[in-house]
Write a protein that binds this ligand. Structure first.
Ligand code: HMG
Length: 329
């Protein structure tokens, strides 16, 4: 009798242990993977007033390539008259060490830019449209619809060359020229870019005015016409809302997030826009929430510090400021 009771007790104990173990295993082995799209070398540097030597850009990208990031947007093939900082696009793209399994997209506004990108061997491009009329005109010198038509021309050729095509939509909640943007406008542009052939749409809060409420309303509207696996979020941190807004996107199952090492960034044609959310802060937050990013934070901090030291600006990343001396002094 005594032995039977003991056997029952031991069996129960064993089941409890297995249950705990399987819970732990799920936690360890089934972490949700969040893909970070590093935009520092492009969005981060395009607005810098000082001329950054090509070699410095290449070193920065090579350091980022060593961190485990899987997507690094390296430059843009836009008009050098409009964005002089990116005029060394060919040299930057040709000069970087390209790692297997890392994608190095470039921003392309028109066929001229696409042709140059193809000539230098680019495999992935990013096209960009605006949810607002005012920003479209200031940034690309055409109306929103003309911009979408131009993108279609670019995509048609890019598809023939089997390039991957990512799409950006700027000003998804607010525009520096038109003010508040209706979510339905973002949804219309999302639908157009997806139907033309973008594999993913990055929703850009270009001037960082979004809050949980406005970002949530916008995402909900966009999700009427697509699914979360086709979306990414791109938050500038002008009002300190970027991480909160990213958490909102995560709640809606958006698992691709754009960010910029050291929090660099801003668009020359978006008055008042400051940097993107810092990649270091994003990685720290995501890993702290139990997600997997595949990024080595220590290496990332070094890459972020390399570029902010060069441009003689304090790092825009709180995590970089907090951890740099701990790791490297
Ligand atoms: C779209 C255009 C070209 C129209 O600009 P335009 O002046 O109407 O174009 P154009 O066709 O009349 O050309 C003007 C001159 O630029 C040349 N040109 C024309 N295109 C190219 C090219 N691709 N590569 C090299 N040169 C080019 C062209 O050859 C010509 O030279 P010229 O004959 O006078 O000597 C211009 O407005 C432009 O380049 N805009 C890009 C502005 C930009 O890069 N903004 C920042 C990126 S968007 C962003 O940051 C937002 C995002 C994506 O991060 C998401 C978010 O945060 O929301």
């Amino acid at each position: 009798m005594q032995e039977t009771r003991m056997a029952v007790y031991l069996t129960k104990k064993l089941f409890e242990t297995l249950k705990t173990c399987s819970k732990k295993c799920t936690h360890i082995y089934n972490k949700p993977y969040i893909r970070i799209v590093e935009v520092g070398p492009r969005d981060g540097l395009q607005n810098e007033p000082v001329n950054i030597p090509t070699e410095v850009k290449i070193n920065f990208i090579n350091k980022l390539s060593e961190t485990g990031l899987k997507t690094i947007e390296v430059t843009s093939f836009v008009s050098p008259k409009w964005v002089p900082q990116m005029s060394d696009n060919v040299e930057v793209y040709s000069g970087i060490k390209k790692k297997d399994f890392v994608s190095y997209p470039v921003l392309v506004p028109n066929i001229k830019g696409l042709e140059s990108a193809i000539d230098v061997g680019v495999r992935e491009i990013a096209v960009f449209a605006s949810a607002s009329e005012g920003f479209s005109r200031k940034n690309t010198n055409c109306s929103r619809q003309q911009g979408i038509n131009r993108i279609k021309e670019v995509i048609d050729i890019a598809k023939q060359k089997s390039l991957k095509i990512r799409g950006y939509i700027s000003c998804v909640v607010g525009c520096p020229y038109d003010g508040h943007i209706q979510s339905s406008e973002v949804t219309k542009v999302t639908e157009a870019l997806l139907s033309h052939g973008c594999y993913e749409i990055s929703l850009g809060d270009t001037i960082g005015v979004g809050t949980k409420i406005t970002i949530e309303a916008m995402i909900k509207d966009v999700l009427r016409v697509t699914t979360a696996d086709k979306l990414a979020i791109h938050c500038h941190d002008t009002y300190g809302q970027a991480l909160a807004n990213i958490c909102t996107a995560l709640e809606y199952n958006i698992k691709v997030i754009d960010s910029s090492a050291s929090g660099l960034g801003g668009c020359p044609y978006a008055r008042g826009a400051t940097g993107n959310v810092a990649t270091e802060d994003l990685v720290y937050m995501l890993e702290g929430m139990g997600a997997e990013t595949g990024v080595d934070l220590k290496k990332l901090i070094k890459a972020g510090r390399y570029i902010s030291d060069f441009i003689k600006k304090p790092s825009g990343s709180k995590v970089n400021s907090a951890l740099y001396s701990k790791y490297f002094d």
